[in-house]
Write a protein that binds this ligand. Structure first.
Ligand SMILES: Nc1ncnc2c1ncn2[C@@H]1O[C@H](COP(=O)(O)OP(=O)(O)OP(=O)(O)O)[C@@H](O)[C@H]1O
Ligand SMILES: [Mg+2]
Length: 254
């Protein structure tokens, strides 16, 4: 048995540092069966829906639970505008509200991911869970991802470089996400194109981030055509990227 495994065996005998895994209830499916998002096994969560459909409220509830057992890093492009409505929660490991801040946050997360990958190599293990002293899992929440990562005709001048840095970081991180114990949660609105047809910003972004090669989950919330003046339906579809089967979810009241 390697020295690291022996240390771990001793640690678990003494009941230290065996972190709990997060299981977050997104809502319920038919017959009230809860739909649970488990970052440790489910892969990344991509959340999309029309404005006001409850993405930020859901992410804040997720962040509040996640800080109990994970290192949570949050970027929320609108926090500067209305902090009360944002995702920021006490106990987060870091928080960014600007495009530059998001890039710096992701660069720091990437440095930690590289350190973890090195540690796995050093201990000769092929999975994060097999480390002698696995650190807390990492959850990175990017609310309104479009404003943080996408450069388009609406983005302010000068945002291009930090957005590209963020995208590069995410691309590298997702290639070793399992090894480093890290999960992303992205959210973005459905957007209207010039002819008024809604299109899926996040779906396009997921393929740019090359998430398809990872076991990502894709969750759409209240994706109907009703106007913003109507109360949004708290329903969604939970689908694995690239899979045909999906589950209809009734979102919990928060
Ligand atoms: N699960 C929920 N239960 C009860 N009310 C909710 C729930 N989710 C959202 N709401 C209500 O709907 C409002 C809009 O939700 P939220 O800000 O999360 O939408 P959003 O999808 O993030 O919108 P945007 O795309 O404009 O950022 C909230 O202020 C809250 O009052
Ligand atoms: Mg929001």
């Amino acid at each position: 048995m390697s020295i690291f495994r022996q240390l771990r065996a001793t640690a678990s005998r003494q009941d230290i540092s065996v972190p709990r895994e997060l299981g977050f209830a997104l809502g319920t499916e038919q017959y009230e069966v809860p739909v649970i998002f488990r970052p440790a096994t489910d892969g990344h969560l991509c959340l999309t829906g029309r404005p006001g459909s409850g993405k930020t409220v859901l992410l804040r509830a997720l962040a509040e639970e996640a800080v109990q057992v994970m290192d949570v890093h949050i970027a929320d492009a609108w926090a500067g505008h209305s902090q009360a409505d944002g995702v920021r929660v006490d106990g987060a490991a870091s928080f960014a509200s600007t495009v530059e801040g998001c890039a710096e946050m992701l660069e720091a997360v990437l440095a930690e991911v590289r350190r973890r990958v090195k540690q796995c190599a050093l201990e000769g293990v092929s999975a994060f869970d097999d480390l002698a002293y696995p650190p807390r899992r990492i959850l990175v929440i990017l609310d309104d991802t479009r404003h943080l990562l996408v450069e388009d005709e609406y983005s302010p001048a000068g945002d291009g470089r930090p957005k590209a840095r963020s995208v590069e970081c995410i691309r590298e991180i997702v290639t070793c996400a399992r090894l480093a114990g890290i999960t992303f949660v992205f959210s973005s609105q459905w957007a209207l194109d010039q002819s008024g047809i809604s299109y899926d910003v996040l779906g396009a972004l997921c393929s740019r981030l090359e998430l398809e090669s990872t076991p990502s989950w894709y969750y759409t919330l209240g994706m109907d055509d009703s106007t913003r003046s109507q109360p949004p339906p708290r329903t969604g579809i939970y689908t694995s990227l690239g899979a045909f089967a999906s589950t209809a979810v009734e979102i919990e009241s928060r």
